[in-house]
Design a protein around this ligand. Structure first.
Ligand code: FAQ
Length: 333
């Protein structure tokens, strides 16, 4: 259902992998990447490259749609009509990002049904960050400022990813994420000009989200088992640790303008390195969350499964209509 995948031979019909992945094809493929060219859906690619992309793009798509939940929860409680309209648009954009990304992954021969089944069964991952609760209105601003801010930092290099459909999808996603980050920051600026209780609310939200945002970039380079190959294939352009550092360096001055304190006693400018030093990240907590044991993993997944079940009739109706239109079209021709 819904697949837009191009005609890619299935595994049974394809010749044995070793003969297909001849040294010549591999070399041609790698040279194109080394020359900063793009790989398109109809091009030959190693099976491992295809699998890596399906894994990363589908995880990314799942993150976008699960990522709608923490802020979506606040739409009915937004403090003004304007704030509500902005939040609806923002959450809707995240759903759109999921759509572009599932479509990009489908060009690699994976159907959306397969990818969603992997999400619903708990087999597929999505970003750790969305397993934490948005407790008050300041959390919504902090998600925009820090979570979208971290997402952009990670995603801008993906606009130059070697796989064409993913790279092109990321260009539009990044433009929209940039608006998301600004609206979050603007909302926090408003709160920081308000009462002491509002300022405290912002500080509390920053305290709870800061470290989780740093972990979004993935494990340290030394523990990142996919990074080396993904860099060679031009999927990743900047490593997890380097992106994390870029995010910290960019965010510290923004926190100063806002008037909040980032909750890290070790955070200080290192003149020799030309970067901010920062304290240790709790990787045990990160892996607990990635492996399904974060505060809201079960709730988030249950909400997605329920939404899918409750929306089944819409998908069936859309398919029935498409079939009817195709049939009517044939008769008219
Ligand atoms: N959460 O070897 P690496 C957003 C897993 S979008 C969960 O370093 P890789 C927009 C990783 O999958 C946010 N799992 O892996 C928004 C792998 O496990 P596997 C999502 C994580 O792929 C904002 C294992 O750890 N963005 O926020 C995480 O080279 C606001 C080893 O790691 C993307 O997905 C994590 N944080 O690098 C929406 C961007 N980190 O698969 C709503 C695209 C790592 O072997 C509201 N993805 N893991 O079982 C990427 O750039 C990469 O996949 C990384 C991980 C950087 C996430």
């Amino acid at each position: 259902m819904y697949t837009q995948s191009l005609s890619i031979p299935d595994a049974a019909a394809a010749p044995p992998a070793k003969s297909v992945e001849s040294a010549h094809l591999v070399q041609k493929f790698q040279s194109r990447i080394d020359d900063d060219g793009r790989i398109e859906p109809q091009d030959w690619m190693p099976e491992a490259y295809r699998k890596t992309l399906v894994r990363q793009i589908s995880q990314h798509a799942h993150s976008e749609i699960v990522g709608m939940l923490p802020e979506g929860n606040w739409i009915s409680r937004a403090p003004s009509l304007k704030a509500k309209a902005i939040l609806i648009a923002k959450v809707q954009d995240e759903g759109g990002h999921g759509l572009y990304l599932y479509s990009a992954a489908e060009t690699l021969g994976s159907s959306r049904d397969e990818m969603l089944a992997a999400l619903h069964s708990g087999k597929a991952k999505y970003s750790s960050i969305f397993n934490y609760p948005a407790l008050n209105w300041a959390d919504v601003g902090v998600i925009g400022w820090l979570v979208d801010g971290a997402a952009i930092m990670n995603q801008i290099p993906l606009c130059r990813c070697s796989y064409g459909p993913y790279a092109r999808a990321m260009i539009r996603v990044c433009k929209e994420e940039s608006f998301h980050q600004r609206q979050g920051y603007a909302s926090l600026l408003t709160l920081m000009r308000g009462t002491q209780a509002q300022k405290d609310m912002v500080q509390d939200a920053v305290n709870r989200w800061w470290w989780k945002c740093l972990a979004m970039f993935g494990p340290p380079d030394s523990d990142s088992h996919h990074s080396a190959q993904a860099m060679k294939w031009g999927i990743k352009r900047i490593s997890n640790d380097d992106l994390r550092q870029k995010f910290i360096d960019a965010t510290v001055p923004q926190a100063e303008v806002l008037g909040v304190k980032l909750p890290d006693p070790d955070l200080k400018w290192n003149e020799a390195r030309g970067h901010y030093d920062f304290g240790p990240i709790d990787w045990d907590e990160f892996w607990q969350t990635v492996n399904g044991n974060g505060p809201l993993n079960k709730e988030r997944l249950a909400t997605r499964v329920r939404a899918s079940e409750e929306g089944a009739w819409v998908r069936e109706a859309a398919l029935a209509r498409a079939r009817k239109q195709a049939h009517t079209g044939k008769e008219a021709a």
